[in-house]
Design a protein. Sequence first.
Length: 256
Amino acid sequence: MGQQLPLTTNYLLNDYAYNPAVAGSKQHAVINLNYRNQWVGFQDAPKNYGASIHSAFGKGKKTAVGALISSDNTGLLSRTSGYLTFAYHVKLNKTYKLGFGVSVGMVQYRIKLYDAKVADSGDDLLTGNLLSNNVFDSNGGLYLYSDKLFVGISGYQYLGNKITWKDSQSNLNPHIYATAGYKFTVSKKVSLQPSALIKFSNPTPAQPELSLRGFYKNLFWIGGSFRMHESASALAGITIKDKLTIGYSYDIPTTK
């Protein structure tokens, strides 16, 4: 019924979307806008729009808040979600910090019946112009990080709340995300960052994604990514005055 959560190739540009504990882990407020068109040129292809903001505040900046909205559209089905986040960060030693985060929000599913080609015109479920349902949701995570390393794990839709459509019923399917990465200094101007994202959602098998980015003077990067049983990707981006980052990725399917 389409409760699977979307993946974005440039996940490191919006790691907060995969782990609420990331909120407040940066030295400044972070605002993120993203757009993904999965199959360019195809009608009703999956599209994703998202916007988020998070920032630490208070003495020692141990506490953080954030907000995220996202819209996913695939054919007749659309999923719109909005979350508010609270996170707390603990300094373990001079190098590492550990963040705890939880998000709460609402998810809305909408089915555009006016565009549907109905085989059974007598199906009561498919009467009307628009089928809509709202459900409460929550996500949580842990995030260990330093200036060079990060390791995170998070659970999304872990409540598994029910979605009722007249005489039928489904559930929000729980997801687990695990992320890790490390930035190596090659020279004064060049650094490399291998990273990984693993997604698991029963009953589908775990899906790993491996990435490598090369940075020059922390001004721009190029790289590649491979998502198991799905696609290979080219990555590129630029950072302007350490304040604005723009990234682009292009996916090439590896399966038919």
